[in-house]
Ligand binder design. Structure first.
Ligand code: URA
Length: 208
């Protein structure tokens, strides 16, 4: 059996990092998740996007942003003139945090927001990804990504858009998480969606 791992090692490239992260036991979340969901995208990507954590679908597929939030993100990226396959996509937390819930149609795994301890335990992985990608533009989706990389809680709606965090990347954009748009009402609020696209477009403007 492979030895458990608690964090990245200096000098590892992205593929090495992903391999070590697969054995990460830096916080207890690995116990109930299917596996680590590491970031993906071209190593020379100019844009890096950080989400919260894998959801149910991502946990099963082992890939970032392939569920409902991912589909909405894909659409918004297209509407913002961005190409997903050119972007490095990852999460602040690499394991799905969930709690079982009984529903009339069976058991579901209910998403739980990662806590500060889990965000801190996973931060070295995100920082290692940021270090290897060294993007021109970093996009933070929602408050978990903001907490992870800015080290503090920053209200998203009041601070969205370009923010001052040049120690992370030349341009840092803070915006809402796509799940926020899915949650805000049963049908997606058009104005909220457009604001999300506008925030993402700052990356397409800035990358030209
Ligand atoms: N939400 C996230 O933040 N990341 C994913 O990969 C999926 C849903």
């Amino acid at each position: 059996a492979q030895k458990a791992c608690h964090g990245p090692v200096q000098g590892q490239n992205l593929a090495d990092l992903a391999q070590s992260a697969a054995n990460c036991q830096g916080c207890p979340l690995w116990k109930h998740a299917t596996g680590t969901v590491f970031g993906e995208g071209p190593p020379d990507a100019r844009i890096m996007i950080v989400g919260e954590q894998p959801g149910d679908k991502e946990d099963i597929a082992g890939r970032v942003f392939v569920g409902p939030a991912g589909n909405l993100l894909d659409q918004a990226l297209r509407d913002a003139g961005l190409v997903r396959s050119e972007i490095y996509l990852t999460n602040a937390v690499k394991h799905f945090k969930w709690t079982p819930k009984d529903t009339p149609r069976g058991k579901i795994r209910l998403h739980q927001t990662p806590g500060n301890n889990e965000i801190s335990a996973c931060r070295p992985w995100v920082l290692a990804e940021l270090n290897r990608i060294s993007p021109d533009i970093l996009i933070l989706l929602g408050s978990t990504a903001a907490k992870s990389l800015l080290g503090r809680k920053l209200p998203i709606l009041e601070n969205r858009g370009l923010i001052d965090a040049s120690h992370l990347a030349p341009k840092v954009i803070l915006t809402v998480h796509p799940s926020y748009l899915l949650r805000s009402s049963r049908k997606i609020d058009d104005a909220a969606y457009q604001s999300f696209v506008t925030d993402l477009s700052m990356a397409s403007d800035a990358s030209r």
